[in-house]
Each structure stands twice: as structure tokens, then as C-alpha cells.
Design a protein around this ligand. Structure first.
Ligand code: FES
Ligand code: FE2
Length: 419
């Protein structure tokens, strides 16, 4: 049974104001897990290039359920839940590795790489001698069928090297849920390319998981909060840009084109703009345009609920949001390039990755403001955020002076959550 939700005094249809409790309430969070992470949606689990060979696996999370992405001997990718069918043990305790099968340590039940139960020790009992006669002791009942006791198998789709899974086998096909407006921006980066894994960074951020999605649906802040962006011109309000939403308002893309930075109208009075700031190592901004960019130098794709795909000049990464209760989430960054990159390009992508991650020149700021937002929400349960920049409706724009993408997600969230 679903929890009874708190009364939020939130007028129906209002999407430009959000009660703080939406980010702090434990019962709302439980409903989010049930309705958003465990049903009705595809969840990103990783890149296919993280598990190149049969038996390669990587553990991750969907909501708060531990899952394993594994490549089987047919070359397919499966996602199974990380708990044993016998007595529930979360049997896989390593982050990644290579196995022939999965063996639960408790009673050694073993599962193949698709999650089927293969072996049950002493299933047919143990032979012994009693009063000089051979007898069979114990064993599983005769009607016990291994086929009925595999691991929970999730539905899986692989899109241009991105792996998605769902506990909900009735979820519509992935392409339909991404939709025709957002798909071209995914294909621009991934289609027809082989990905090369460059590395990870991870952090725990003490804020609600939705704040991270909203941060990447917020083109208002980068040219104000981030000294790096406003000073060096990677993202600010005087650039050509475009905001795109899917038909439900849940996924979005922020698209822009860098300029040369420096002083301009939009830097007037902006305290984060540092006119005299210079790089000690110019290679951090050694940007080399790539043919597939076709104009934009930055695209930030948010796929509801838990994936962000980022291209910022030559740096590419997925950012995976793993909720850990209403007040914190883990944030996993997977940096990648392409197998046909030159060694110089790989070095460049890695150098530019210094902008991102827990201590990134840009992203450290985002982690801090997410934490500071959560602190503000906690201290005033009756408070409400405002996201009315650029109007009160939802729609694509050809500029960045808007919070329309945040309103789109709020409207969708209210519908799914029935709040
Ligand atoms: Fe896994 Fe018993 S709990 S084999
Ligand atoms: Fe930011």
C-alpha cells in the first residue's frame, strides 16, 4: 500500500512554484521510488563499453535496488537484480569484474550470466547409511523447479552503446520514451561510434536527487554561478542557445555555442566574473572543434529520471544520479571518448574533464549549491521555490533566459506522482 502523502497546499496546475517538502519528505520519496524508479520508466545503468567481454559485469543501482549489468557468452547485455532467490542475500559485493557465473556465498546457489538458476547444492539430498541401508537425507521437494527461481531479470535496451533497464516489463520501447525531439541530440554524440571508457569520478551530494536534474535544466545559473564559464565564455547569456523538451516535459536538452569570454554587458555586476583571471596551463582550454559538433559546443541532455549526458567542448561524460534517501544522492561520472580518437584527443578530453566531477572547476560549484538548497528547504517546511523565469508555461526557447525546462519536469512529476 502506498504511503499517505503530506498535504502540500499546492494549487493544481501550478508549476512555477514548488513546495520545499517535495525535496525533503520521506513519504513522497518512497512514492518516487515506486512510481518513477521501479515502474513506468527506463533507467540508465551504464555504457556497453564498460563490459566488453563475456562475463564482464558492473554493479550499479536503480533507485535503491542494487543491479548487475553483465555481458553473457552470446554477447548480449543483461541486467539482473543483486539479491539471491534463496534467502535474499545481496551476493555481489564488488563494483566490477569478470565471472563465469554468479555464486551466492551463503549456500552456493549459482546463476548463469542471464540470471537463470543453475545449481542448488544438495537439491536431491545427501546419501547416507542408516541401519546398514542407504538412504537419502533431505533435499528440495520434488516439485522444486530451478526455472522458477532465477534472479530478477530486468528488461534491457541498448541504444548506441548506452544501456538502459527497467524492472517494469510493460514500459514502452526506449525510443518512444525518449521521443523524436531529444533523440537527434543523443544520436549526434553516439550514433555509429564506438565508445572508449576513460574513467570515473564519484561523489555523494547531500541534496535531493531532483535538484541535480534541475541544475542541468537550469540555463540561468551557469553564467552567474560559475566563474569559469562566465570568464572564459563557455556558457553565458550572450551566447546563441536553444532549449528543447520532449513532449512530456520530462527530458530536455540545453544547447549552446561558446564565445571568447571577457567583459561584456552580461558580465556587468556579476561577482563571479573575474576579468584578470588567467590560466596557468592554457591546455585546459585547448579546444579542437570536431566535425560532428555541427555548431553547438555544449549540449546537456537530461533523461528522466537519472541520467545526464554532457558534451562540453571536447569533454564527454554521462552523469548518473543514484538517490540515497530524500536528502542525498550519489553522483557517478563516466568519462568517455571514441575508439578512433588520436592519443592527443584522448589527452585533451581527459584534461578538459578537470572542469567536471567532485572537484571540477565548474561542477564543484553545482554540488555546493545543491547542498545549500537542501539546507534552505530543511529549515522552512512551508517554503516554496520559484521557477518563473521566462514565463509560467512550458515550451522550447531559442535563448537561455528561462526556467522552462524545470517547469516541464515539475509538471511531469506532478502527473506521475498525482501530487
Ligand atoms: Fe543465496 Fe542461500 S541465500 S544461496
Ligand atoms: Fe552548473
Amino acid at each position: 500500500m502506498e504511503a499517505v502523502l503530506p498535504s502540500l497546499a499546492w494549487p493544481a496546475g501550478e508549476i512555477d512554484r514548488v513546495p520545499y517538502r517535495v525535496y525533503t519528505d520521506a513519504d513522497l520519496y518512497k512514492r518516487e521510488l515506486e512510481r518513477i524508479f521501479y515502474a513506468g520508466h527506463w533507467n540508465y545503468v551504464g555504457l556497453a563499453c564498460e563490459v566488453p567481454n563475456p562475463g564482464d559485469y558492473r554493479t550499479t543501482w536503480i533507485g535503491e535496488r542494487s543491479v548487475i549489468m553483465v555481458r553473457d557468452s552470446d554477447g548480449g547485455i543483461n541486467v539482473v537484480e543483486n539479491h539471491c532467490a534463496h534467502r535474499g542475500v545481496r551476493f555481489c559485493r564488488t563494483d566490477h569484474g569478470n565471472v563465469k557465473d554468479f555464486v551466492c556465498p551463503y549456500h552456493q546457489w549459482n546463476y548463469d550470466l542471464k540470471g537463470n538458476l543453475m545449481g542448488v547444492p544438495f537439491r536431491r539430498g545427501v546419501k547416507a547409511m542408516r541401519d546398514g541401508k542407504p538412504v537419502i537425507q533431505g533435499g528440495m521437494p520434488a516439485d522444486f523447479k530451478t526455472a522458477e527461481h532465477g534472479l530478477t531479470q530486468l528488461r534491457v535496451e541498448v541504444l548506441h552503446g548506452l544501456v538502459f533497464a527497467s524492472f517494469d516489463h510493460g514500459v514502452p520501447p526506449l525510443v518512444d520514451t525518449i521521443g523524436p525531439k531529444v533523440m537527434p541530440w543523443i544520436e549526434r554524440i553516439f550514433k555509429g561510434r564506438e565508445l572508449m571508457l576513460l574513467g570515473y569520478s564519484r561523489q555523494r551530494i547531500p541534496g535531493n536527487w531532483k535538484l541535480m536534474q534541475e541544475n542541468i535544466k537550469d540555463p540561468y545559473h551557469p553564467g552567474l554561478l560559475h566563474t569559469w564559464f562566465v570568464t572564459f565564455g563557455l556558457w553565458r547569456a550572450d551566447q546563441r542557445s536553444q532549449m528543447v523538451l520532449d513532449e512530456h516535459g520530462r527530458h530536455a536538452v540545453m544547447i549552446s555555442r561558446r564565445n571568447e569570454g571577457g567583459k561584456a554587458d552580461v558580465t556587468q555586476g556579476v561577482t563571479s566574473f573575474k576579468e584578470t583571471l588567467k590560466l596557468n596551463d592554457e591546455r585546459l582550454l585547448d579546444v579542437v572543434p570536431e566535425p560532428w559538433w555541427d555548431g553547438p559546443t555544449v549540449t546537456m541532455i537530461t533523461l528522466f529520471p537519472s541520467l545526464i549526458i554532457q558534451q562540453q567542448v571536447n569533454s564527454l561524460s554521462t552523469r548518473h544520479i543514484l538517490p540515497r534517501g530524500p536528502g542525498q544522492f550519489d553522483f557517478v561520472w563516466t568519462h568517455f571518448g571514441f575508439t578512433d580518437d588520436t592519443p592527443e584527443m584522448t589527452r585533451r578530453r581527459l584534461r578538459q574533464a578537470n572542469l567536471f566531477g567532485p572537484a571540477g572547476f565548474v561542477s564543484a560549484d553545482d554540488g555546493e549549491v545543491v547542498e545549500m538548497s537542501q539546507q534552505g528547504f530543511m529549515q522552512d517546511p512551508a517554503g516554496r521555490t520559484i521557477s518563473a523565469l521566462g514565463g509560467r508555461d512550458v515550451g522550447d526557447t531559442d535563448h537561455m533566459v528561462t526556467e522552462t525546462l524545470i517547469r516541464g519536469m515539475t509538471a511531469y512529476w506532478r502527473r506521475v506522482m498525482e501530487v
